[in-house]
Write a protein of this length. Structure first.
Length: 411
């Protein structure tokens, strides 16, 4: 992939890939701030900011209106590590995108009214997703079970509703000026726009945004877990559910790719081990899933499922542990491993056909290391061996490395 890069004087990293097969352009801005950067007593701020960034900026009272008039669309998302904003716009109106994104990087239109509106939206989302939805509080239960000191111990939406309810305008402003800075962001531009035009527009609109004093990140390192952790809760839900988590490495670690492949061997498609054996053949689960958190700091392998009628949580857990034991006791076969690698390669290739996906991926890879890593992902997965999978499974899938949540239906 032909990638162009430049760092502006204010520290903003600019990455670009031209795609003349579309008449659209995508701008993706990723800020190096997520829920892990929050104070334990003031959580949910990164997610609140995702909403506040659409509430108007210093020179533009309404973000959505001019973009819609230009034929564009936008959205955003936050996780524990980053906050990501993107828009798409016809190439003839691309300058509108640069104007909008640069102005809200410069300064938001801070007001008590805007804060009140967006705070209300986020609080409703918290209630809807975490309090009023079956199994909605799993993140609030499992995360602090798995993590004792690292800020991954709370979900992106926040530890508790009061943290958002009590957020003040001064606290919000402080969060913005600490993290929403050109020298803490990457701008990826893809689609039907030349590198020359991209640099010209970036210099025109983003270069005037001042560099800010971004705090040096110093997060507590999660200590090695030495004993199994368990919790049982009862809730008004239709079915019992099992949630298990095992500590794994960070996104930057070489073993990350082995963990990702292991999760796919367990639960990617109808022929995956957990699906085929425990859902289809033994009928112990009505549904069962395995995935990795993919976090920049040391993450988790998640396994979650709902046992079939008449199957206890103890039986269900024992069946899962038996499958994990097989990964520790025997090498994954060549054909099974190759199938998973082929699936990933095809997903990677097809995923990077779309100009917007390319913008999002380029921004992420540049933030995490360098944009050119986007072309090395397939090779990294291809290099994983059966022996590496065996070693990683032995290290990770130990009882003393696990957190187990029994989520029981109230009688």
């Amino acid at each position: 992939m032909k990638i162009n890069k430049k760092t502006l004087d204010n520290g903003l990293r600019l990455v670009h890939h031209e795609d003349t097969s579309t008449q659209m352009v995508a701008l993706n801005v990723v800020y190096d701030v997520g829920a892990r950067d929050e104070h334990p007593d003031h959580t949910g701020f990164a997610h609140l900011f995702e909403h506040l960034m659409f509430g108007g900026s210093v020179h533009i009272p309404d973000y959505d209106a001019p973009l819609q008039l230009a034929g564009g669309e936008n959205n955003a998302w936050t996780n524990n590590d980053i906050t990501n904003y993107y828009l798409t716009v016809p190439k003839s109106n691309v300058e509108t995108g640069f104007w909008l994104e640069s102005d809200r990087m410069l300064e938001l239109a801070f007001s008590e009214q805007s804060l009140e509106v967006q705070r209300g939206v986020v609080m409703e989302e918290f209630k809807q997703r975490c309090l009023n939805q079956p199994y909605g509080d799993v993140g609030h239960l499992l995360r602090p079970l798995a993590y004792e000191v690292h800020p991954y111990r709370w979900p992106t939406i926040g530890k508790e509703l009061s943290h958002i309810a009590n957020a003040t305008l001064d606290e919000v402003k402080d969060f913005f000026y600490r993290y929403y800075a050109p020298n803490n962001a990457v701008l990826a531009v893809t689609g039907n726009i030349s590198w020359t035009d991209t640099v010209r527009l970036a210099e025109k609109w983003f270069a005037p945004v001042p560099r800010r004093d971004v705090p040096v990140r110093s997060l507590p390192r999660e200590p090695l877990q030495t004993g199994e952790r368990r919790r049982t809760v009862e809730r008004n839900v239709p079915l019992d559910a099992l949630f298990m988590a095992y500590h794994m490495c960070s996104r930057e670690d070489a073993d990350y790719y082995a963990f990702d492949i292991l999760s796919d061997i367990l639960s990617n498609g109808r022929s995956s081990r957990l699906n085929r054996r425990l859902v289809q053949e033994q009928k112990l689960f009505s549904s069962l899933d395995a995935y990795i958190s993919g976090t920049r700091d040391a993450g988790l392998v998640h396994i979650s499922g709902k046992p079939a009628a008449g199957v206890s949580l103890e039986q269900a857990e024992a069946a899962v542990r038996k499958e994990l034991g097989e990964l520790k006791n025997a090498l994954v076969g060549t054909q099974e491993l190759e199938k998973v690698k082929n699936k990933f390669e095809s997903a990677q290739i097809f995923g990077n056909i779309n100009y917007l996906n390319v913008a999002t991926n380029l921004a992420w890879f540049e933030l995490a290391g360098q944009a050119e890593d986007i072309d090395r992902e397939v090779d990294k997965y291809r290099s994983v061996t059966a022996e590496q999978l065996h070693t990683v499974a032995e290290q990770a899938f130990r009882e003393e490395n696990s957190a187990v949540l029994y989520y029981k239906k109230q009688n």
